[in-house]
Design a protein around this ligand. Structure first.
Ligand SMILES: [Zn+2]
Length: 112
């Protein structure tokens, strides 16, 4: 079964992903390349997109996401730069970084 349920979303390992990307989130479904499925940071980033989709709804998510991308492209930024500057991408990346830190086991105090 390629589609598996995880908490509040679905993960489709080996599902369709745009060229140059490792994963894409559409609503509650994260589609990820097989080679990237074990990347915890990437999956946390995509889980934030799941949250954004849920919070904004499809119309607002797509309007904000694509609107920002098009604005940066019109201002002369290349694809990669425009993508990285999309506020929903910046927010997802920050949430992933924060979750990475929270997932770390706190270091044990050295009692030696
Ligand atoms: Zn993203």
């Amino acid at each position: 079964m390629p589609l598996r349920r995880e908490a509040d979303h679905w993960v489709w390992v080996g599902g369709p992903v745009p060229p140059g990307s490792d994963a894409i989130t559409i609503g509650p479904v994260i589609s990820v390349r097989r080679a990237a499925a074990g990347d915890a940071h990437l999956m946390r980033h995509e889980q934030e997109h799941v949250r954004q989709w849920r919070e904004l709804g499809p119309a607002r998510f797509l309007r904000q996401y694509l609107g920002a991308y098009v604005r940066w492209r019109v201002h002369g930024y290349g694809h990669r730069a425009a993508y990285r500057l999309i506020p929903l991408e910046v927010e997802a990346e920050q949430a992933a970084v924060d979750a990475d830190g929270a997932a770390q086991t706190p270091p044990r105090p050295d009692r030696g």
